[in-house]
Ligand binder design. Structure first.
Ligand code: PLP
Length: 466
C-alpha cells in the first residue's frame, strides 16, 4: 500500500534528474512534488493514494476522464496488431480510417490530413505548408513569405511556433532566433486596446488586422489565429464577429487563414471545432490536444484540396512537402483517436455538455462579486478568472505577488489541481465532469481565491506567501 518512503525516494530522484516544463526549478527543488500514479474519471491519484480533481484536464487534453474503458480497449487492441510503422512510403490502417473521420467532422473544405506529434509540430506544418504553397504556385505571389499573428497569441514552443507567438513572457527571450512576422493587437475586451466597449465598438479591434493586411498582404503567406479564444495568452475570448471578419479579410487580401484549434478542438468550446461558432472555414487547421482524448501525443494539420494540389508535380520539380517525423501517423495514437471520436458520437458528448456549460456559467456568477476578480471569461468548458489588485483601475498584481500560483496551491490543498496563467485562474474540466464534480471544482476555486485574497475590506491584501 501507500509507502511514504517510496514517495520520498521518487521525489529525491525527480529533484536529482528531471527538468520540468515551464518550471522555475529552484522553486521546484524546494517543494515536495506531487507524483501522480493513477487516474480514474476526473480524479488523479498520487503515490500516497490521495485523490485530486483534474481541474485542467491534465493540461487541456483530457475529454472523457482517465481510464476510459473504450479508449483503454482500443489501445490494447491496436497493441495486439502493431505499435508503430512509418508513413514515409507506407500506409497504415488506423491513420487512414482516422483521416476520413476527421475530414467528415472538420469545417467544410478541409479534405487533406497531414499527421504529426503535438500542437507545436502541427503549427510548424501549417506554417511551412502555407509558405511553400505560395512558392510552388510561383509568380509575384512568391513574395508572400511572412506571417501575421495576434498579440498574446500562443501557438507552441518550437521556433516556428514561437515566431508567430505574442506572449512576451514566453517569446521575448528567443527573439534573435526567430523569423520576423507582423503582429496585430489581440481582441482583449477586458483591456481593450482601443478603450472601447462591445458592442458599440463594432469590433473595431479587427481594423488593426486589416491595416496590416492592406499594407503588407503582398508579403504575407497566412494569418494564424486561435479561433474564438486566445488560450495560453490568458483565456481571452474574442468578441462575436471578430473571427468572421478575419476570414473575410483573409479572402479579400489573398492571405491563407490558419486556425490553430489545438486547444479549442474536439468539443472543448461546446462545438466540435471553435470555427463552427461562426461557421468559419479556414484554409489550414492544426489539431492535437483533445485528439486522443488525452491519451497519447498525436496531431494533424488539415488543409484544402486547392493547397494540396499546388504541391503536385514531377518528382524532379521538388514541389514535394519535405517534412515528416519519426512517429508520423502512429497507429496507437490513431487507434485511440478513432475510439475518442466513437465515444464523442455514441455518448453524445457535445449534447450532454450543453447544460453543463450553462451550469458552469451560473456557478461562476457569485465569484464576479469578489473585489479582486476583474473578469470571468468562459467559452464552453474553458474558464479564465482574471485576478486584479484593483477592480476599478484593473491594476494587475505584480509577478512578485504570485497570486495565481498561491490560489493553485490552496486549491491543491482542498483537492483540486489547477495551473494558472499568471494572474488568470484557469479551470478546464474534462468534458465528462458531472454536475456534482463541477460544483465542487468551482467551490474549491472560489474558496481558494477567498483564502489568498480575503474579500473583507481593510485587510491587507495579498496575505503572506506560503
Ligand atoms: C498547447 C497549444 C499548442 C502547442 O501544443 P503542444 O502539444 O504543447 O506542442 C499550440 N497551439 C495552441 C493554441 C495551444 O493551446
Amino acid at each position: 500500500m501507500a509507502s511514504p518512503t517510496r514517495t520520498a525516494r521518487l521525489q529525491t530522484e525527480d529533484h536529482r534528474h528531471l527538468w520540468h516544463p515551464f518550471t522555475q526549478q529552484r522553486e521546484w527543488e524546494h517543494e515536495r512534488p506531487l507524483i501522480i500514479e493513477r487516474g480514474r474519471g476526473v480524479y488523479l491519484e498520487d503515490t500516497d493514494g490521495r485523490r485530486y480533481l483534474d481541474g485542467v484536464s491534465s493540461l487541456w487534453v483530457n475529454l472523457h476522464g482517465h481510464r476510459k474503458r473504450e479508449l483503454d480497449r482500443a489501445l490494447a487492441a491496436q497493441l495486439r496488431k502493431i505499435a508503430h510503422s512509418t508513413l514515409l512510403g507506407l500506409a497504415n490502417v488506423p491513420s487512414i480510417e482516422l483521416a476520413s473521420r476527421l475530414v467528415a467532422l472538420a469545417p467544410q473544405g478541409l479534405t487533406r490530413v497531414f499527421y504529426s506529434d503535438d500542437g507545436s509540430t502541427a503549427v510548424e506544418v501549417a506554417l511551412k505548408m502555407a509558405y511553400q504553397y505560395w512558392q510552388v504556385r510561383g509568380g509575384p505571389d512568391k513574395s508572400k513569405k511572412s506571417f501575421l499573428h495576434l498579440g498574446l497569441a500562443y501557438h507552441g514552443d518550437t521556433l516556428g511556433a514561437v515566431s508567430v507567438g505574442g506572449v512576451p513572457l514566453f517569446h521575448e527571450r528567443f527573439k534573435p532566433l526567430l523569423f520576423p512576422t507582423y503582429e496585430a493587437h489581440a481582441p482583449y475586451c477586458y483591456r481593450c486596446p482601443l478603450n472601447l466597449t462591445y458592442p458599440q465598438c463594432r469590433v473595431a479591434c479587427a481594423d488593426a488586422v486589416e491595416d496590416v493586411l492592406k499594407r503588407h498582404h503582398g508579403h504575407i503567406a497566412a494569418l494564424i489565429v486561435e479561433p474564438m479564444l486566445l488560450a495560453a495568452g490568458g483565456m481571452i475570448t474574442m468578441p462575436p464577429g471578430y473571427l468572421t471578419r478575419l476570414r473575410r479579410l483573409c479572402s479579400r487580401y489573398r492571405v491563407l487563414l490558419i486556425a490553430d484549434e489545438v486547444a479549442t478542438g474536439f468539443g472543448r468550446t461546446g462545438r466540435m471545432f471553435a470555427c463552427e461558432h461562426e461557421s468559419v472555414k479556414p484554409d489550414l487547421m492544426a489539431i492535437s490536444k483533445g485528439m486522443t482524448g488525452g491519451y497519447l501525443p498525436l496531431a494533424a494539420t488539415l488543409t484544402t484540396e486547392r493547397i494540396y494540389r499546388a504541391f503536385l508535380g514531377r518528382y524532379e520539380e521538388f514541389k514535394t512537402f519535405f517534412h515528416g517525423h519519426s512517429y508520423t501517423g502512429n497507429p496507437l495514437g490513431c487507434a485511440v483517436a478513432l475510439a475518442n471520436l466513437d465515444v464523442i458520437a455514441r455518448e453524445r458528448t457535445l449534447q450532454k455538455l450543453r447544460p453543463k456549460i450553462a451550469a458552469l456559467h451560473r456557478l461562476l456568477q457569485p465569484l464576479g462579486q469578489h473585489p479582486h476578480v476583474g473578469d470571468i471569461r468562459q467559452l464552453g468548458f474553458i474558464v479564465g478568472i482574471e485576478l486584479v489588485r484593483d477592480r476599478k483601475t484593473k491594476a494587475p498584481y505584480p509577478p512578485t505577488e504570485r497570486v495565481g500560483m498561491r490560489v493553485a496551491a490552496e486549491a491543491r490543498r482542498l483537492g483540486l489541481l489547477i495551473r494558472p496563467l499568471g494572474n488568470v485562474i484557469v479551470l478546464m474540466p474534462p468534458l465528462s465532469t458531472t454536475m456534482k464534480e463541477l460544483r465542487r471544482m468551482v467551490e474549491i476555486v472560489a474558496t481558494a481565491i477567498g483564502l489568498v485574497l480575503p474579500p473583507r475590506p481593510g485587510r491587507k491584501e495579498g496575505g503572506k506567501r506560503p
